[in-house]
Design a protein around this ligand. Structure first.
Ligand code: URA
Length: 266
């Protein structure tokens, strides 16, 4: 089955090594000799910023997916302050699940419970996702679950474009590390981002065969876009969990995703 290329090295957010030119004060008397060839200034700062990124990348290409994810979480994201959401968060919600997952779910952003626990989809939306996974016979621990944003927006508002721009490189790096065979986008934000179809409404994305294309290494992965569990909760009223019309639509989308795992992409 065509899947993403598994040979590309991880591209973590490593800081580029900076060339340092040593500056020398001008000499007051100019001797008639050739200028001395100066040795480069010794490198005294061995912090993250001076790591040779090409050798790091070469090393990291040998790492397991789990090790790449751990590096991404601890070293690249760290105590992220790249956008204003950092001020209001309790925890960064990186992702959970099997680093070697074939099926990867991508939601929008952590909510209240996720922010408290540091784990995606553990509140009511997560309960509904778990019901879908049970109905499909997919153990949650076999999949990988992440979000477009790693920090909770105030009052669960929609992500702002600047937040998506700052945070989404980490999601792309997660996808490069995991190399799932199928991506499931839960909701419009994840669908638009993963499929690159910025203006498409959710029902339009559901109708189409979409592809995630990762420009850096040419990775392509089929994307199934479906309704966000929070939307389904709102639509389902008093119907028992997993039985409403909205649940049925999602379950048919998810069966399509699981079908891609078995048969290859459409
Ligand atoms: N909604 C999301 O999109 N992600 C979560 O992790 C929880 C709720």
């Amino acid at each position: 089955m065509p899947g993403p290329s598994r040979s590309s090295p991880p591209s973590v957010h490593s800081e580029g090594a900076r060339a340092r030119g040593a500056s020398q004060p001008p000499t007051s008397v100019a001797p008639p000799v050739a200028p001395a060839v100066r040795a480069p200034a010794p490198r005294t700062d061995l912090s993250e910023k001076t790591v040779d990124t090409s050798s790091l990348r070469a090393k990291a290409s040998e790492w397991s997916a789990g090790k790449k994810l751990a590096y991404l979480r601890d070293r690249s994201i760290g105590d992220c302050r790249r956008c204003a959401l950092a001020q209001g968060r309790t925890n960064i919600v990186f992702g959970v699940g099997n680093p070697e997952a074939e099926l990867m779910f991508v939601g929008e952003a952590p909510g209240f419970n996720e922010d408290r626990q540091g784990i995606p989809f553990v509140g009511r939306a997560g309960e509904r996702l778990n019901i879908w996974l049970d109905l499909l016979g997919v153990p949650r621990g076999n999949a990988y679950i992440a979000n477009v944003l790693k920090c909770r927006p105030p009052n669960n508002r929609d992500p702002h474009p600047v937040e998506v721009a700052r945070c989404s490189p980490f999601l792309h790096a997660q996808i490069r590390a995991i190399q799932p065979k199928v991506l499931v986008a839960l909701g419009r934000f994840a669908g638009n981002l993963l499929s690159g179809s910025e203006q498409l409404a959710l029902h339009r994305m559901r109708e189409r065969v979409l592809t995630y294309r990762e420009a850096k290494h040419g990775t392509t992965v089929p994307v199934v876009v479906t309704y966000h569990p929070s939307y389904v909760l709102r639509q389902s009223g008093d119907a028992p969990p997993g039985t409403s019309k909205a649940d049925e639509l999602v379950l048919s989308d998810l069966r399509r995703a699981v079908g891609f795992l078995r048969q290859g992409r459409p």
